[in-house]
Design a binder for this molecule. Sequence first.
Ligand code: ZN
Ligand code: MN
Length: 268
Amino acid sequence: MKKSVYMEEMDAFTYREKLAGNAVVFIPVGALEQHGSHMAMCVDAALTKSMAGATAQALQEKTGGAMQGIVSAPINYGYRSQQRSGGGFHLSGTTSLSGQTLILLARDIVFNIIVHGARKIVFMNGHYENYQFIFEGAELALEKARANGIDDVKIQLLSYWDFVDDETIARLYPDGFTGWDLEHAGVMETSLMLLFYPDLVDMDGIDADLYRDLPAKLPSYDVLPIIAGYTPASGCLSHPAGSSREKGVVLRDVAVRHMVEAVLNEFA
Ligand code: ZN
Ligand code: MN
């Protein structure tokens, strides 16, 4: 069997051994969500899994193997896609969870991992809307752990794009950066997909007629029921033009480097 940081690709004995050695367990949280006509719908889950894998690997390398990393199976669905950060949950293909479901999923997964010995846990988020629900699930798992006499667990929560520094943003977005909320199916996600999953991107799918009115100009408020016309026709919130595998490498490397620093800052 190959050596892998992915829990799904690990035998249970190796997993137990790694947990006994106080490995850091990364839990990727994504979404199943439309990403225009140029990318598959797995983007948020697939990218987060890959970024967590690269971070776990880099952590092991940076510490000379002293700190091991494990990437759990990702949560492949996410909280309701919002019109102002994911196009909206009304769009076909976007298959969302309620906040309550995501909280309990996060809580149950973390609690199980804790019971089996994990003490260092990192929730890595890759779908803008998930964050507060994962936060709640993490806190509920900690409370449950404490009630069961386990009080030495630490959980770190982060979204991987927050580790792309300003210098890199200035370099990759020379015409100005619209913010991570509007980056849905834009240059960052498309470039990272071109790096990690080129087979799931079709740059010819960027049709000029369809990909108009980008970046999206949305109101500074939400409306329910959703007014479909507020979402650009493509379902993207910013234009993926100018995306490249090379930009994907830059984004991965800078985010992974800073995430390793953050993990070491809390767990070393
Ligand atoms: Zn996305
Ligand atoms: Mn998303």
